[in-house]
Design a protein around this ligand. Structure first.
Ligand SMILES: Nc1ncnc2c1ncn2[C@@H]1O[C@H](COP(=O)(O)OP(=O)(O)OP(=O)(O)O)[C@@H](O)[C@H]1O
Ligand SMILES: [Mg+2]
Length: 378
């Protein structure tokens, strides 16, 4: 028999909030969602108190996991600033001399009120960068993975998180079919492939299972993939985002402690309108856009190598100039890029000396420079 919300609530009533009242009376719990014995909910607290609540979150998770009929618990701590985002120095913690989470940002970040100030960074991970687009099918996942490999080639320790919970494609692109194992601290160990640390919701669910997610579940799943994974020490984590700029994506952009975003667009006008939407989304949550990549920029004949600008090439470069964001590079529409991705060995890995790998490495260099990262691997 699956556990019920009432049973979960009575277990949570025994967990005390930092102010000493039962968790169920602290006014911080979201709706409790239970699916096949898997329990999901979030604890919504003021950003200034987030540290104190992390222990409560862990206790709540342990209490729920201990319930008979609960097969797993995903509990997200969502920290929001109350009263319209006060400046860091006006929070009670800052007045007491406690540094806000934003003080731990990467030095390249400056202090422009990014959502990093709302949540703690992942220990050991120096920078997290989202690869996003306004619409689907423009080549985000292909770009994300080849960009990750390009960053690896520049001497960085790189992780890739497939946050596309609706259609995870990283398992296919990397040819990974294993399930992650747990370490002694019960954290999932990312799967190591091509020198990258790889994590995808696709490793945890059957590929054919249709996934129907509700808002809090999406956030819990993402939070778990960020926090309950033993990521180790990484110079950069690339996040392959789900397509679009709806609420789920906005929440994700808000919740994942991002240092920057890379927008992938195709040259067609329509995609550019969508790309503008993507830019606007990151602007709303104060995540700096590192630049735009034009994918499927021109058609390159696999036989003779001749280039044809079948889509009216160059739109993304102009748009980037107009919007004042860097243009990171253009990737041709080429059979090899598609075929290597489909076979689970992306082009930067399978043809490291070829022209496509050089393009991705160029984009990787621009991203690395944009973040001010130094190589840590010889
Ligand atoms: N430059 C390219 N040349 C040829 N094929 C490409 C290129 N980029 C991507 N593709 C192919 O286009 C298809 C869509 O790419 P991909 O899955 O990376 O897009 P996506 O934006 O992540 O899609 P979704 O929105 O569904 O997540 C894939 O079959 C991929 O192999
Ligand atoms: Mg994708």
């Amino acid at each position: 028999m699956s556990v019920t919300p009432e049973q979960v609530r009575s277990a949570l009533a025994k967990v005390m909030s930092p102010r000493g009242q039962p968790l169920t009376e602290a006014g911080v719990l979201s709706e409790i969602v239970i699916h096949d014995g898997k329990v999901f909910f979030s604890i919504n607290v003021d950003a200034a108190d987030a540290k104190a609540w992390e222990m409560v979150r862990a206790q709540a998770e342990a209490a729920v996991r201990a319930l008979p009929g609960a097969t797993s618990a995903m509990i997200a701590l969502t920290a929001e600033r109350k009263g319209g985002a006060p400046s860091p120095t006006s929070t009670p913690a800052a007045r007491r001399g406690v540094q806000p989470a934003s003080a731990h940002r990467h030095p390249a970040q400056g202090t422009h009120g990014s959502p990093m100030s709302r949540q703690a960074p992942i220990p050991g991970v120096a920078a997290i960068v989202a690869v996003a687009s306004g619409k689907g099918g423009v080549g985000k996942s292909t770009t994300a993975l080849n960009l990750a490999l390009g960053l690896r080639d520049l001497g960085l320790r790189v992780g890739i998180l497939d946050a596309d919970i609706y259609g995870p494609s990283v398992p296919k692109l990397t040819g990974i079919h294993d399930k992650p194992e747990l370490n002694d601290a019960k954290k999932m160990i990312p799967i190591s492939r091509f020198g990258l640390s790889v994590m995808s919701i696709g490793f945890l669910v059957e590929e054919e299972t249709p996934m129907i997610w509700r808002g809090p579940m999406v956030m819990s799943a993402i939070t778990q993939m960020l926090r309950d994974v033993a990521w180790g020490t990484l110079d950069i984590m690339i996040v392959d985002m789900p397509p679009g700029t709806g609420d789920a994506q906005l929440t994700l952009a808000q919740q994942v402690p991002l240092q920057g975003a890379v927008i992938v667009s195709t040259p067609q006008d329509l995609a550019l309108i969508d790309a503008r939407r993507g830019l606007a989304m990151f602007k709303r949550v104060n995540v700096p856009v590192l630049g735009i990549v034009e994918n499927m920029s021109y058609f390159q004949c696999p036989h003779c190598g001749t280039r044809s600008d079948i889509f009216g090439h160059g739109g993304a470069r102009h748009e980037a100039e107009r919007l004042g964001v860097p243009f990171l590079g253009e990737i041709p529409l080429h059979m090899d890029i598609r075929a290597t991705s489909d076979s689970g060995k992306p082009v930067v890995e399978s043809e490291p000396d070829g022209p496509h790998a050089a393009i991705y490495r160029g984009i990787a260099k621009a991203v690395k420079d944009g973040l001010g990262l130094a190589a840590s691997v010889a």
